[in-house]
Design a protein around this ligand. Sequence first.
Ligand code: FNR
Length: 183
Amino acid sequence: MSQYQIAVIVGSLRKDSFNRKLATAIAKLAPPEFSFKQLEIGDLPLYNQDDDANQAESVKRLKNEIKAAHGLLFVTAEYNRGMPGVLKNAIDHASRPYGQSAWAGKPAGVLGASVGTIGTAIAQQQLRNVLAYLDMPTMGQPEAFIQVKDGLFDEAGNIGASSRDFLQAWMTQYVAWIKHHAA
Ligand code: FNR
């Protein structure tokens, strides 16, 4: 088993999601001591505080996966200048019941891709506010606002040549961030 297990949350349920592709491709830029698992958030119910004392099995699974991880990687789409509801729903679920948040203290990194020119900058900034509240040390730099263009991925689904150096540098910094905070 790898020394550092990273739980990956993709802020899009779309089958051909660019963000899911990005999450898969960037994981390949990490050293072998890191492993990445994309968590399922599409089967979570809509968050309802009435259920806090009796969380659904899918919610318990999500919380256990987060707790078992050394760090989090959020790769999110942007919907209407905010984070997608499916992502916020997952975050809210795993933050409860009060005092039993799965997120507290887990180091995180944030990136995202969109077809728009600001590359999910607003969604990421909104997400950062939430992660700060949840007491998650979140890597500040480099920021990664990826605009989806031809060549972002190569035919094998790896990061294409034009973005490879930038995203490799991002991953190198992320690896150092996780090692520092997971120590
Ligand atoms: C979008 N899209 C979008 N893009 C953006 O850069 N800023 C935005 O605010 C929005 N808003 C938005 C709302 C809704 C409801 C949809 C469906 C789409 C476009 C979005 O970037 C594009 O659909 C991406 O492909 C979504 O990411 P995934 O699903 O490919 O990961």
